[in-house]
Write a protein that binds this ligand. Structure first.
Ligand SMILES: Cc1ncc(COP(=O)(O)O)c(C=O)c1O
Length: 346
C-alpha cells in the first residue's frame, strides 16, 4: 500500500523538480514586467494590459476574441459551456484532462454529460466520430462537442497529428458538433511540429491556452472563440468568480512569456529527449517536454530520487513522469539523468 505523492510536499527548495511544468516561478525579468504593468479594473474592461493580451492571443489563434481567465480549468469549462447546453454531452478521450482532472466540473457546474473513448492520448478522428450521437433524436443524449487535448498530458506530451485534427474539424462542420481544444500546452505542440498557432486555432470553435505551464507565467490562461461566444464567456467568468480587477499584473507576465518563452520550449524538448536516451526510454515516445518511464517501482524511485534532490511525478505504481521546463537547465538535466539512471538500473 502506498500513497501517490503526485504533487508532493512543498519543501523542495534547491531540488531539480521534474514533477510538472506548472512549477516554474516567474523570472526576475518577468517580475519586473509585472511590477511595471499599466493596470485598470478588468471587470470594467479598463485594464489596458489585459485588453492588449486578449487581442494578441485572439489574433495569434486567428479568432475574433479572447478572454483572460485565471486557470486552464476555467478556460476549458467555460469553453465547453459555450458550445454545449445542459443535458447535452461532450465526447473526449478517456485520459483527457477535462474529464480526468477537472473535478467533474462540466457535470457539477453546467449539467453536461460526458462520454469517453480510449485512445491512449493520440487523437483518432474516426474513433471519436464513430461515437458521436446526433442532436434531435428522441432517445439519445446529443453530443454537442468533442474535446481535443494538444499536447496530451496523460499521453506523455503527445502532439496531435494535424491530419486527424483537420479530419475531425471538417467532419464536425457538417455534423453540428463543436470542437473544443484544451491547448494548455499548444505552444509545445507548435514548437515541436512547426504547425502555426493560427492553424491549430482554425481547427477549433473554442480553445483554452495556458501561459502558466511551459511558458512560465505564474497564473493565467486565455480562452479564444468567436466574439459572441466570448461575450457570453465573460458572463460565465463573472458568475464563476473569475472576474478580476487589476489583473494586468498577471497579463504582463503572460505578455512577457509570449515575447520570451515560446521558442525556448525547443530546449525543454531537447532536454526531455536527452533524459529519455540516458534512461533507456525510446526517444520516439518523447515528442515534447515529457518523459514517461515505465516498469519501475515508482514510489521507491521517487523517494530515493527525492533524497538526492530530484523530484519526479508518480503516475501509477509502475510509472513515473519527468517534465522538463524553464527552471531546469542542462546541468540539472544531467544531474537528474545520473541520479535516476542509477536508481532505475538497480
Ligand atoms: C492538459 C491540461 N489542461 C488543463 C489544465 C488545467 O490548468 P490549470 O491547472 O491552470 O487549471 C492542465 C493542468 O496541468 C493540463 O495539463
Amino acid at each position: 500500500m502506498y500513497t501517490i505523492d503526485r504533487h508532493g510536499p512543498s519543501n523542495t527548495a534547491g531540488a531539480i523538480d521534474l514533477r510538472s511544468d506548472t512549477l516554474t516561478r516567474p523570472t526576475p525579468a518577468m517580475r519586473r514586467a509585472m511590477a511595471e504593468a499599466e493596470v485598470g479594473d478588468d471587470v470594467y474592461r479598463e485594464d489596458p494590459t489585459v485588453n492588449a493580451l486578449e487581442e494578441r492571443v485572439a489574433e495569434l489563434f486567428g479568432h475574433e476574441a479572447a478572454l483572460f481567465v485565471p486557470s486552464g480549468t476555467m478556460g476549458n469549462q467555460i469553453g465547453l459551456r459555450l458550445v454545449c447546453e445542459p443535458g447535452q454531452e461532450v465526447l473526449g478521450d478517456a485520459d483527457a484532462h477535462i474529464l480526468t482532472y477537472e473535478m467533474g466540473a462540466a457535470a457539477a457546474l453546467f449539467g453536461l454529460s460526458s462520454r469517453t473513448v480510449v485512445t491512449g492520448g493520440r487523437l483518432s478522428a474516426d474513433q471519436l466520430i464513430a461515437q458521436v450521437r446526433p442532436k434531435g433524436d428522441w432517445h439519445l443524449t446529443a453530443t454537442a462537442a468533442v474535446a481535443v487535448e494538444n499536447t496530451h498530458n496523460r499521453g506523455g506530451g503527445l502532439v496531435q497529428p494535424l491530419d486527424e485534427l483537420e479530419k475531425l474539424f471538417s467532419w464536425s462542420r457538417g455534423a453540428d458538433v463543436a470542437v473544443h481544444l484544451d491547448g494548455a500546452r499548444i505552444w509545445n505542440a507548435h514548437v515541436a511540429s512547426g504547425v502555426p498557432l493560427a492553424t491549430y486555432g482554425r481547427l477549433a470553435d473554442t480553445a483554452s491556452v495556458c501561459l502558466s505551464k511551459g511558458l512560465g507565467a505564474p497564473i493565467g490562461s486565455v480562452l479564444v472563440a468567436g466574439a459572441a461566444r466570448i461575450a457570453t464567456g465573460r458572463l460565465w467568468r463573472k458568475r464563476l468568480g473569475g472576474g478580476m480587477r487589476q489583473a494586468g499584473v498577471l497579463a504582463a507576465a503572460m505578455q512577457y512569456a509570449l515575447d520570451h518563452h515560446v521558442e525556448r520550449l525547443a530546449e525543454d524538448h531537447e532536454h526531455a529527449r536527452l533524459l529519455a536516451e540516458r534512461l533507456g526510454v525510446d526517444p520516439a515516445t518523447v515528442e515534447t517536454n515529457m518523459v514517461v518511464v515505465d516498469d519501475v517501482e515508482a514510489p521507491l524511485v521517487a523517494e530515493a530520487a527525492k533524497a538526492q534532490g530530484v523530484l519526479v511525478g508518480q503516475v501509477s505504481a509502475r510509472r513515473i513522469r519527468l517534465v522538463t521546463h524553464l527552471d531546469v537547465d542542462r546541468d540539472g538535466v544531467e544531474r537528474a539523468a545520473k541520479v535516476l539512471g542509477e536508481l532505475i538500473a538497480r
